[in-house]
Design a protein around this ligand. Structure first.
Ligand code: ADP
Length: 485
């Protein structure tokens, strides 16, 4: 039997405290799962202004020294316990006492590199401060990219020098570029500033730093681990990834199946299961009411629950919505926020077709449960998708995904095949307006004309096992693998 590990997760997001996307869900549910398996798992993250710490589970903060390149700073360290899981919150108002995790009303915070370099250094200092040396540090995306560099440089001859590192790429698009001075700020020696190190186009690339210096690398789906080694998906880091391919493995995200369970979900008006779907109709009616759509049990509702970013390909959907509404008897519900032009375009369409299209521009966790429960299909035309969680949530709620076959979407959705009566969704492979339009038509026709198969597909989708069980075991293997070096 493999020994129980001491694992430190470092992440800028973790549910229920801070979330902008799937990263926050993944860190929380993976950590909980590992803790339930008996590992000593602790999470380190910043204390953002938005986070209201529950008094009952929190110990008083302790002042802690953070050792940066220019000198020391004092942060406050809060400790939160939930079941077997400890979360450390780093309070430091200069960097985290403001609105927004990465950005505020004027766009991205311009000192993001310093903010997250601070997070990285404090995560290491808290290990010494707590006298708790992890076997392994699991880092997530560019904001944690300096941790593996510290472990290989400043910590090399210190106790943390024996700690392994795993770096998970949730989205290769965001690099965390910073001027070279970030090294001095962080206390990392200059010699790492070279092309086979942290340097890219004359800047420090914090994503590349994590890729280069971590012992093992993972991506959040198998398909994405291959895609990012190609120019179309690698965002300029494909060669570094090819170089590290022997240390790279794709592990599909799981989901928190207790939080996302239509049989027990308290955030939806009626519960239901694969064996008894009557509650889903009550959810559909409530959804139509909430979004001001025509009350109609027979019409299929297509939904979107997403960041409104270029990655998600929703501009394509916005461009064809006129055509779809004029040719198909369908309704659309959009829950999302992000790029302003797309928010306005979708809102404008909703005001033109107000009985057929409903939008809610904003981030609303509770509403996302109703949208996924009350809809019939979820549209995900992503240009690339490292894993994607919404398609898995949707399938559990008997809402069939309709998606571009890329990354985690192609790993988790099985395409409908009428001849073999197989599949859990509708996939298309070449992303274009016509491909999306035709696939919407295919799904719509199946919904109306092939009800038996549509419902059988729903049943299959609801039976799928998307729990963390299998993926958490793979992570444990990777952790051991990273510790052997
Ligand atoms: P990404 O991490 O690229 O944003 P994922 O599908 O992996 O995409 O994860 C998105 C997560 O954020 C899901 O849990 C989804 O339900 C949630 N989400 C996205 N947009 C919204 C929103 N506007 N309101 C509520 N939840 C949202």
């Amino acid at each position: 039997m493999l020994k129980k590990l001491k694992i430190l997760m470092v992440s800028p997001e973790c549910v229920p405290f801070a979330k902008t996307g799937g990263l926050g869900d993944c860190v929380a549910s993976l950590s909980l799962h590992l803790a339930k398996l008996g590992h000593d798992v602790r999470i380190a993250m910043p204390l953002y202004t938005e986070i209201a710490l529950p008094k009952s589970t929190i110990a008083n903060p302790e002042p802690m020294i953070v050792n940066l390149g220019y000198g020391t700073e004092y942060a406050k360290l809060w400790e939160h316990r939930n079941e077997n899981l400890i979360t450390y919150f780093i309070e430091f108002n200069r960097y985290f006492g403001r609105d927004g995790i990465y950005s505020g009303c004027y766009g991205d915070h311009c000192d993001n590199p310093e903010r997250f370099a601070f997070m990285c250094r404090s995560a290491l200092d808290l290990c010494y401060f707590k006298n708790w040396l992890p076997d392994l540090i699991h880092c997530h995306d560019w904001t944690t990219g300096l941790i593996p560099v510290y472990l290989c440089t400043t910590e090399r001859n210190l106790p943390l020098g024996r700690t392994g590192s795993v770096f998970t790429i949730h989205n290769i698009q965001h690099h965390g570029l910073a001027p070279k001075s970030i090294l001095k700020f962080s206390g990392i020696p200059d010699h790492v500033f070279r092309p086979d190190g942290v340097e890219a186009v004359g800047m420090v690339n914090m994503m590349k730093a994590g890729i280069y210096f971590s012992k093992k690398l993972t991506t959040v789906s198998h398909c994405y681990s291959k895609e990012i080694q190609t120019p179309n998906f690698g965002f300029g880091l494909e060669n570094v990834l090819k170089f590290k391919a022997g240390d790279l493995i794709g592990i599909c995200n799981g989901i928190d199946i207790s939080n996302w369970n239509p049989e027990t979900d308290r955030l939806i008006p009626a519960n239901y299961s694969a064996g008894n779907m009557t509650g889903k109709l009550a959810c559909k009616r409530e959804l139509q009411k909430t979004f001001g759509l025509e009350q109609n049990d027979a019409i299929p509702i297509f939904c979107v629950v997403s960041r409104l970013a270029e990655q998600k390909g929703l501009d394509l959907l916005a461009n064809i919505l006129h055509r779809v509404i004029n040719h198909m008897a369908v309704q659309f519900v959009v829950l999302g926020n992000g790029e302003f032009w797309l928010e306005s375009r979708l809102s404008e369409l909703a005001s033109i077709y107000n009985s057929k299209i409903g939008t809610f521009i904003g981030f609303d966790e509770k509403l996302s449960h109703l949208v996924l429960a009350g809809s019939d299909l979820l549209v995900i035309p992503s240009r690339f998708e490292p894993c994607g969680l919404t398609q898995m949530y949707a399938m559990r709620y008997g809402t069939l995904p309709l998606a571009h076959s890329t990354g985690g979407l192609s790993d988790t959705i099985e395409n409908y095949d009428k001849s073999t009566n197989a599949g859990t969704g509708f996939l298309f492979s070449n992303l274009s307006h016509d491909a999306l339009y035709n696939t919407l038509g295919w799904a719509c026709a199946t919904y109306y004309d092939d009800k038996i198969n549509f419902n059988a597909m729903r049943y299959r989708a609801m039976q799928k096992d998307f729990s963390w069980k299998c993926s958490a075991e793979k992570y444990i293997e990777v952790y051991h693998w990273a510790m052997e070096i």
